[in-house]
Each structure stands twice: as structure tokens, then as C-alpha cells.
Design a protein. Structure first.
Length: 214
């Protein structure tokens, strides 16, 4: 995958979201991938038979990376720059995929600039996840599906509860445990001091939440 400096490198969470997309099916759908990064999940949607694929990212470098990867793979993906759903707020989609920032940042609010925007998510790791739970249901067509990946450290039940409150039927579709990545390793001591993880913990569980609009 082509990736400009500072753009999030596809990792285990990206692969898990692609697996969930394949399991749920996307053929013939109007698909939206938010926080697209290199566009890997958007590419999976296009190659999986989606009728139309749109990708959005706040980072211009990510937008350019996703456009380049679409060209290199010979698929048509509309890529827009903007904050979450802002560039497509008047549209409806059948499938929405999101790999949002979800790493707790105990030092304050999420980063506004630089590559840290791809993972910094505020003290509870939910700064972006909560916004998605609030906004995504409005963009889903009837019967539409939201697939979102994040760490179990962010609160799986909190996410499920928020989506159900928004009128969605929500459950955990996939779970996968893997070693901490570089960012989590660098923050493990402070996360342990705050009680978010155990002192000897070096792995986290990733989950893909599936929420369907009636």
C-alpha cells in the first residue's frame, strides 16, 4: 500500500475491519469508509463489489494516499477531506466502516495536528467513538450497517449502549486479541498507573461492533 509520511499504517485493526466487511457483505452497496487512512478498507469495499465507495479522512496526506491506492488498484473510489461525516452529511449509505482513533491520551484532548491524530482519542479513548455513535445512524439507509473497530479498553458496552440508544440493533461481530502496538507500549506505564490496564498487561482485545438501522 502506498502511504505518505504521517499516514496511519494498516495494522491488525485494519485487517479485522476488512474481515468484518467481507463477512457482512458489501456487493451492490453504497459504502462509506471514514478515517480511511491509506484507503485499505475502502479498497476492500470496492473489490468486494460495492456499487459506489466514498472514503473520508481529516488528513490531506491520507486523502492523497487513498486516491493513489485506488488508482494503483484500478478501482473507482471517491475520496474527500473533512472531519468524520461532514463532507457527506446529506447522503445516505448502506454500509459505513470506521477505524477511528481510540488510544487513550491521559494528557488531555486528542491531538489536532500531526500523525497522532490517527490514534489519540482523549482520556477515555472515546472522543471520536462517541461522535460516531451519535452521527453515523443519521447517514445509514434503512437496513444499513455500521462496522466500527476499536479496543475493548474503550468500553464495548458503552459503545453498544450508545448505538442502541440511537435506535440501532448493535452487537459485537468479531473479537481478536493481539500484542500492544508501538503507541500502546509507549503509554503502558501511565495507563497502568491510572488503572486502565494491568501493570503486566501487554495485549489488548480488538472488537468490531456491528450496528444495523431498522
Amino acid at each position: 500500500m502506498f502511504r505518505l509520511p504521517g499516514v496511519y499504517r494498516p495494522q491488525g485493526d485494519t485487517s479485522l475491519l476488512c474481515e468484518a466487511l467481507k463477512e457482512s457483505g458489501v456487493r451492490g452497496a453504497r459504502a462509506l469508509d471514514v478515517c480511511t487512512g491509506t484507503g485499505r478498507v475502502a479498497l476492500a469495499a470496492a473489490l468486494g463489489g460495492a456499487a459506489r465507495v466514498t472514503a473520508v479522512d481529516l488528513s490531506w496526506r491520507a486523502v492523497l494516499s487513498a486516491r493513489a491506492n485506488a488508482l494503483l488498484r484500478g478501482v473507482r473510489i471517491r475520496v474527500r477531506q473533512g472531519d468524520l461525516f461532514a463532507p457527506v452529511r446529506k447522503e445516505k449509505f448502506d454500509v459505513i466502516t470506521v477505524n477511528p482513533p481510540y488510544v487513550p491520551n491521559l494528557n488531555g484532548e486528542p491531538a489536532r495536528h500531526g500523525r497522532e491524530r490517527a490514534w489519540d482519542a482523549g482520556p477515555a479513548g472515546r472522543a471520536t467513538v462517541d461522535r460516531i455513535c451519535d452521527q453515523a445512524p443519521r447517514l445509514l439507509a434503512s437496513g444499513g450497517v455500521l462496522l466500527m473497530v476499536h479496543s475493548a479498553l474503550c468500553g464495548v458496552e458503552t459503545t453498544l449502549g450508545a448505538l442502541r440508544t440511537a435506535g440501532m440493533k448493535a452487537s459485537v461481530l468479531l473479537r481478536h486479541e493481539e500484542p500492544f502496538g508501538p503507541v500502546m507500549r509507549s503509554r503502558a506505564r501511565e495507563l497502568a498507573s491510572s488503572g486502565i490496564i494491568h501493570p503486566e498487561q501487554d495485549r489488548e482485545e480488538l472488537v468490531v461492533i456491528r450496528a444495523e438501522r431498522a
